[in-house]
Design a protein around this ligand. Sequence first.
Ligand code: HEC
Length: 113
Amino acid sequence: MLPPIGPYSIALPVAALLMASRVASAATLPASAAPGAEARVDQARRAYAASCAMCHGDRGEGLVAPAIRPLPVTLAEARAIVRAGRGEMPAIPSAQLSDPVLSLILADLANSE
Ligand code: HEC
């Protein structure tokens, strides 16, 4: 079954491959014990780079997917989109991206331009 031809239909499979190849490095990110604000931003950005950047751009400025910095939806909506997927965005399960790390990513996207 072929998806309809859309703006993302060529770039997305490429991005999905990139994502798959980066899952291994994302899994080895150190889980900081009690991170301070700076460490949280650092961890959020590294996790973003591993899980979101290949579609949404290095800083969330948009690439093959829409810009998400600053976050255009509420934190709860963003969490639901990441977990369930939407349109051509695949769902990202907690086995691949933990809830606490997803929270760090979304807080960083919401709190910066
Ligand atoms: C494989 C590519 C891909 C990856 C990886 C990806 N996204 Fe997306 N994302 C998309 C696409 C495509 C859309 C547009 C979906 C639609 O509405 O059709 C989208 C939409 C969104 C939206 C809604 C934007 C809006 O304007 O309403 C949010 C929020 C979002 N993504 C967050 C994330 C976060 C956070 C990550 C990383 C944890 C991530 N995405 C990873 C492709 C991706």
